[in-house]
Design a protein. Structure first.
Length: 84
C-alpha cells in the first residue's frame, strides 16, 4: 500500500494529507494483523520510471520513498510553540 501511495503522491493523484489518512485507516483496521516477514516485493509499479531506473521503479523502493516522504512531511509541518 505504501508503494502505491508513494506512486500516487509523485503523480499528484493524492496529497500528503489524504495519503496519511489512508495509511492511518489501514493501520487502525488491520492493527491485529502482523506483516509477514519479507512482505515487500520487487514487482514493478512504475513502468515509465522502469525504463530510466529499474531499481527505483520497484515496489520495495517506492515503499521506502513513501516512508521517507511522510517523515519529511512530519518534520516540515510540525508546529513549534514559542517558549516564553
Amino acid at each position: 500500500m505504501q508503494a502505491t501511495l508513494a506512486f500516487a503522491l509523485q503523480s499528484g493523484a493524492v496529497d500528503s494529507v489524504t495519503a496519511t489518512a489512508l495509511i492511518e485507516e489501514l493501520r487502525t483496521v488491520g492493527h491485529h494483523h502482523e506483516a509477514p516477514e519479507g512482505a515487500l516485493t520487487s514487482a514493478l509499479l512504475d513502468f515509465e520510471l522502469a525504463m530510466k531506473n529499474l531499481q527505483e521503479a520497484k515496489m520495495d523502493c517506492l515503499s521506502q520513498q513513501f516512508e521517507d516522504f511522510m517523515l519529511f512531511e512530519e518534520f516540515t509541518t510540525t508546529n513549534f510553540e514559542m517558549i516564553s
